[in-house]
Design a protein around this ligand. Sequence first.
Ligand code: ZN
Length: 509
Amino acid sequence: MNSTDRLQPLRTALAEITDLATAQANLHWDYQVVMPPRGAALRAEELATLETIIHERATAPALGTLLDEAADNLNGADPESDDASLVRVSKRDYDKAVRVPGELRSEMARAGALGHEAWVEARKQKDWAIFQPHLANMLELKRRYVDCFPDVDDPYDALLDDYEPGMKTSEVARVFEQLKAELVPFVAAITAKGDVVDASCLHGAGAFPRERQEALIRRVLSRIGFDPAGWRLDVAVHPFATGLGSQDIRITTRYDESHLAGAFFGALHECGHGLYEAGSDPALERTPLRGGTSLGLHESQSRMWENLVGRGRPFAGWVLPQLQEAFPAKFGDLDADGLYRAVNRVERSLIRVESDEATYCLHVILRFELEQDMLAGKVDLDELPEIWNERMRDYLGIEVPDVAQGVLQDVHWSEGIIGYFPTYALGNVIAAQIWAAVRSEEPDLDDRFAHGEFGPLRDWLRDRLHRHGRKFLPAEMIERVAGRPLDVAPYISYLKGKFGPIYGLAADR
Ligand code: ZN
């Protein structure tokens, strides 16, 4: 019997767990896209039941035995092979899962549901006191969670690892310190130039009928890789992408008839996530290796298509005639340089999800710093809103008028999602590293984009990154695809090279 045959019992067990997780993702998609509101109560029960079954199977001692036997049966198989990777990655998942008592998991789930409700109310009333005890409780539970991993160097490592496997807090802190040192003065220099970029083409009451936006988006996405035989595009209040298999990719966006950029760039963003999911090697289907290696790598793909491609000058030249045809009143008199400038307008904003490429990472760094201090018990939660406001002043030079537009703006903490925020900024950094690598190997990409040809970039990404799924840890994957470890330099030079000319900054800035 060869090693693949000996792995069959493990493959079967993992395939069933993967099927259950896919069914769960399918129910989530349905919940957010098509379910009528009154279905919510029953859906919550279904999801909880599935979660219990998945958890039981993923932590079953029998699975642990299969994993140990499989490791013995690999007989020196190439560590990069699918078999060795399946055993290694599944063993890592298993070892993590069994460390956390089921009772703590249920307590966190319950606290997340109550916390979410309190957060909705607190935000509505702009009253921090409503949410504060829930955050305190969640932090206590998170400390107990961290205690399940006594071998971590830094308590925050245990949280970060759930989203960015193997990444260390010290590494993220080093990268974010460099980013902050560059971005704070850079954003100040840009905003000192005043409001010199005209983005009025992207706004206008009722100027962008939904069906025209959708037709345009479908046309653009089909050039990038959206294939109706294996993809869906739908509407969701909180847009997201999910891969139910490499041949079943669901992406969503939301339309605002008075503002074009939200749906358009949101769709490009989710399409980037979709391409990563679609690009997994078919041999990884129904295994835990299918999909993306981490949230940071995933976000590098969405940001690349949204910003580095979609907000680039060659793309502006290609898409402008289509915009002029769809919305002649808004784009009829515009040239491609004008469109390029409009989609790259920098504005210090209170809200992370509305912020532009230049300011985005500062919103994330603020949250990363506060999360570490909160977890370590270094922050008096009474004072958290004021600390938040002070940092917004220091990093972005902006005054926060109320908690709803400040410390209460994001849903994450209410649901116990702590350690996730850094992945958004890591995505930008990684995207720029990959961008530098692909452009040095494929020097004619700009020319291709100018003609609406995106296949060369898509195929390169699939070959270097997407097809590997979860086989490698993020740090290994970054080195493989970008040729070097995590590094902020390409991102900083990208930002300066782009926004310096738009805002007329001196070249050394
Ligand atoms: Zn994303």
